[in-house]
Ligand binder design. Structure first.
Ligand code: WQD
Length: 323
């Protein structure tokens, strides 16, 4: 299929583009390069330097590429920033998604794979979190994702656009074959921050609290390898197009790992001391968050293959150590 990968020069987008190319799809990457990198583009994919906020650019890219499906990974994703600058998230995430839906409706593009987030759930009421868990985002970023899911659902009903909404837990790692090498700029997520501390790009890791009700006092999360995420996008597209049916599924490893365990694995794999300091809790952090990915298994036949902490760290370090 011809697929438009919007945000395909970004961290997750580039892995998705690679996966779709590997499976024999024709890929056009559409990216404004605000955080995406030319380094993340592949010679087998076409590239359009365009912005989702420029409706005419999106329409042209859909028409010129003949895309039958779009993957939408062009949202801003810094949770903390979304609480300080909601306007930025409203415009880019929500209006960008509206343009995508309207352009899909206008051009007859039938399938959309949407990067959603565990952030739609908010503070967990029970674990592991399945798709029936109430949605109650505790940050503006998560709110934008949930609103876009609602728009998708309406366009499914009114316009027959079928979608998969993929609720990622903590995405991490790099391509296991080493084909993606672009570093995220100013990362705030745990594993890239640890990598930066390991290679001297930053002084230390700040551990946000060690007084949580968890076995070692630090927060527990469900880390999912970006190659596993990418495979799920391809499988979700097969499902949605094959069954003419929309779905909303969690993508997680179902393994809970604490901040201390991540740090210890990183010290062992990198052989670096990685300075770390315990600081106060970060506002809005739940003590534990883990996924049930049973639905992705049942519907897509998907299973995490690379999401053990060792592989997550090793594939990240393979990229960071060379920088
Ligand atoms: C992980 C753990 C921190 C940085 C976010 C979004 C979520 C989803 C995944 C996409 C936490 C601790 C972190 C640091 C630390 N995103 N930490 N020092 O907040 O679990 O999830 O990314 O949709 O919606 O909320 O990820 O990587 O920021 O934090 O101690 O410098 O590491 O407190 O326990 P988070 P994270």
């Amino acid at each position: 299929m011809n697929i438009l990968v919007i945000g395909g020069a970004g961290y997750i987008g580039s892995h998705v583009a690679r996966e779709l190319l590997d499976r024999g799809h024709q890929v056009t990457v559409f990216d404004n390069l605000s955080s995406g990198l030319r380094e993340n583009l592949f010679s087998g994919a076409a590239f359009v330097h365009g912005d989702t906020l420029r409706y005419e650019q999106l329409i042209s890219a859909m028409r010129d590429s003949g895309a039958g499906a779009a993957v939408y990974l062009a949202a801003f994703k810094a949770v903390g920033e979304s609480m300080i600058k909601p306007e930025k998230y409203s415009v880019n995430n929500i209006i960008g998604a509206m343009h995508l839906l309207n352009a899909a409706s206008e051009t007859g593009l039938k399938y959309i794979i949407f990067s959603s987030s565990a952030a739609v759930y908010g503070e967990p009421e029970y674990l592991p979190v399945d798709e029936k868990h109430p949605t109650n985002p505790s940050n503006y970023y998560g709110f934008t994702k949930l609103e876009i899911e609602k728009f998708l659902s309406w366009y499914d009903r009114l316009k027959g656009i079928r979608y998969a909404s993929l609720r990622y837990f903590n995405a991490a790692g790099y391509d296991v074959k080493g084909r993606v090498t672009g570093l995220e700029q100013n990362p705030s997520n745990l594993i890239p921050v640890i990598m930066e501390a390991a290679c001297g790009m930053r002084g230390e890791l700040q551990v946000f609290g060690n007084d949580y009700d968890t076995p070692d006092g630090t927060c527990v999360r469900d880390y999912i390898h970006v190659n596993d995420l990418a495979a799920a996008h391809a499988l979700a597209l097969d499902y949605v197009s094959g069954n003419d049916k929309s779905i909303t599924v969690n993508l997680g490893s179902e393994e809970g790992v604490s901040v201390t365990e991540v740090l210890e694995t990183a010290r062992r794999v990198t052989g670096k001391a990685i300075p770390a300091k315990i600081t106060g809790r970060r506002a809005g952090d739940p003590a534990k968050l883990t996924a049930s990915a049973a639905m992705a298994g049942e519907l897509l036949g998907w299973k995490a293959r690379y999401s053990d902490m060792e592989t997550l760290i090793r594939t990240s370090w393979d990229v960071y150590r060379d920088k």
